[in-house]
Write a protein that binds this ligand. Structure first.
Ligand SMILES: Cc1cc2nc3c(=O)[nH]c(=O)nc-3n(C[C@H](O)[C@H](O)[C@H](O)COP(=O)(O)OP(=O)(O)OC[C@H]3O[C@@H](n4cnc5c(N)ncnc54)[C@H](O)[C@@H]3O)c2cc1C
Length: 497
């Protein structure tokens, strides 16, 4: 029999996984319930795609590794370069983020539709992957081959067609997102599905596209030319908003409402919502724009962890990944990076084994080690808000307290801010912040740089401080070097002697 792998779902996780599997299976089939749109269009299967999405550095690196040329293609498609503190104002719970004299790009900002369509354009170039669109998977094929059950394929229907198709495979990968039906299918086959943990963040998102009015220009003093972010402040202030530049001169307004708040649907309601924020920045920006569509709303699903890594009943030939195994509040923008990171883990596991008996155990363990960072950050942050119902264990409270110390130290010491940022970008695990030299630097910043932290705490006014200046000394050194280079070039071109 041909060695076949089947992937359920063609979102970011599914496309990355299929591409990784091509090097190890004779045939790779991806089943997607939608028809992909032409270009950067939305689709029914990914309802969250109308909402704001940013891709963290970890996700960018993983996707670039699987689809070389990804970042270059995004640049060619004129993805804007957003940099917090340089051209985008960020109001954190502690006040305005540090201003930067030069841009530092740690995440990519464009619409989710554009991100996905760029990956898709590279994915569709691979002749080794068979894509079947309009294919809704409705069950797993499970055989009892003692001592363990074996998943030997899937059944699916084409949309609008009642015929059930069967597809046999040595490996089935569930990448069907947060609406995955795998637990149900496993139960139907007599297999106890993995246990689950849930926590409801009680959040609703609203999103609306804007473009600048013809001839409109921000005042010169507004250095936040690429947008503004106002975050929630635990434990009580659970509304947030951001207005961010996207590709093709589009701007995306996002409103976030915690329990007890509604996302407004009309223009007056949007203005009122923004007028109540800690800073009037976005309220003041809005008159420069006109809406391109209606406000779309999205009630976040619960944070959910499926304990695949402890699953004794794990059948042969079945793995699940990304949002099909772990869903969390997108507050920190980690979901797509987790999806791509999981595919990177699959790639590494396949270099060790592609045996359907060994691969699931190895993959689930490594995947859990990676995903638990994003899940812990998201759930512990949600539990800071009074409205969220869940156990505040000693571990959770200690974790949140330690993170507060890191944030406070980061306000005083750029080293701490940069290194702890690596954890939020998913480049390093949470345990990175427990290393002795990290703790030593944290203590140093808390004990000896308190005067700098105090000045950071003062950045809490409604309007961000003016743009950061490059120190005069650095400016004159750069200017001198540019002068020398200019003169050297003129001499080489024969224009000066
Ligand atoms: C409001 C909101 C904002 C977010 N913001 C961010 C952000 O800023 N940054 C970030 O990184 N993440 C963000 N996320 C999270 C991100 O959207 C998800 O984590 C990510 O899309 C998960 O990828 P996935 O491939 O696992 O699932 P999905 O992207 O959901 O893809 C699943 C695919 O499976 C298909 N499918 C489902 N069932 C079947 C079936 N039975 N048969 C065939 N096909 C099927 C679907 O059509 C879809 O194509 C946000 C999420 C929300 C809700």
């Amino acid at each position: 029999m041909t060695r076949t792998a089947v992937v359920i779902g063609g979102g970011i996780a599914g496309m990355c996984a299929a591409k990784v599997l091509v090097d190890h299976y004779e045939k790779v089939v991806l089943l997607e319930r939608d028809t992909y749109p032409d270009g950067a269009g939305g689709r029914r299967g990914v309802p969250q795609s109308k909402m704001f999405h940013t891709l963290l550095e970890r996700g960018r690196r993983e996707i670039e590794d699987i689809f070389p040329g990804f970042h270059k293609l995004l640049d060619e498609r004129k993805m804007p370069k957003v940099s917090f503190g340089f051209n985008c104002a960020l109001m954190t719970p502690r006040g305005w983020g540090r201003n930067l004299p030069v841009p530092v790009t740690r995440s990519l900002f464009c619409t989710r539709a554009m991100l996905e369509s760029t990956i898709r354009d590279l994915f569709l170039k691979d002749p080794g992957i068979e894509l079947i669109e309009q294919a809704v998977v409705n069950n797993l094929l499970v055989e009892e081959i003692s001592p363990r059950e074996v998943v030997s394929g899937v059944t699916y229907k084409r949309r609008g067609d009642s015929e059930v198709h069967t597809l046999h495979a040595e490996l089935v990968v569930d990448a069907s997102g947060f609406s995955s039906k795998a637990s149900l299918w496993l139960k139907e086959a007599g297999i106890i599905p993995p246990a689950e943990h849930e926590l409801d963040p009680l959040l609703t998102y609203g999103g609306q596209l804007y473009k600048m009015k013809k001839g409109a220009r921000f005042p010169k003093s507004w250095w936040w030319t690429h947008g503004a972010f106002i975050q929630r402040v635990p434990p009580l202030d659970n509304v947030a908003a951001h207005l961010i530049r996207q590709e093709a001169d589009l701007w995306l307004l996002t409103l976030v409402a915690g329990d007890g708040h509604e996302i407004p649907k009309d223009e007056a309601g949007v203005r009122e919502f923004l007028g109540r924020m800690r800073s009037p920045l976005i309220y003041d920006m809005l008159p420069y724009f006109e809406p391109l569509d209606e406000v779309s709303t999205y009630r976040l699903p619960k944070n959910r962890w499926k304990y695949y890594e402890r699953w004794n009943e794990s059948p042969v030939g079945f793995i699940a990944m990304a949002a099909a195994t772990c869903v969390f509040n997108p507050n920190m923008g980690q979901g797509m990076s987790v999806a791509a990171g999981d595919a990177g883990i699959l790639k590494k596991c396949l270099q060790t084994t592609s045996s359907p008996y060994e691969l699931p155990g190895l993959f689930f363990k490594r995947q859990a080690d990676f995903q638990k960072n994003a899940y812990q950050l998201a759930c512990c942050n949600d539990l800071k808000f009074d409205t969220v119902v869940g156990p505040r264990t000693l571990g959770t409270r200690l974790f949140n307290w330690y993170n507060e110390q890191i944030t406070a130290a980061g306000a005083a010491d750029p080293w701490v801010a940069r290194e702890s940022g690596l954890i939020n970008l998913l480049i390093e695990p949470i345990s990175y912040s427990y290393r002795p030299w990290f703790i030593a630097r944290l203590l140093f910043a808390r004990l000896f740089l308190w005067w700098r932290a105090a000045s950071a705490d003062e950045r809490v006014g409604p309007i961000p401080p003016g743009p950061a200046e490059i120190p005069t000394r650095v400016r004159s050194v750069v200017r001198n070097w540019v002068g020398v280079a200019f003169r050297f070039t003129r001499i080489r071109l024969g224009l000066a002697r």
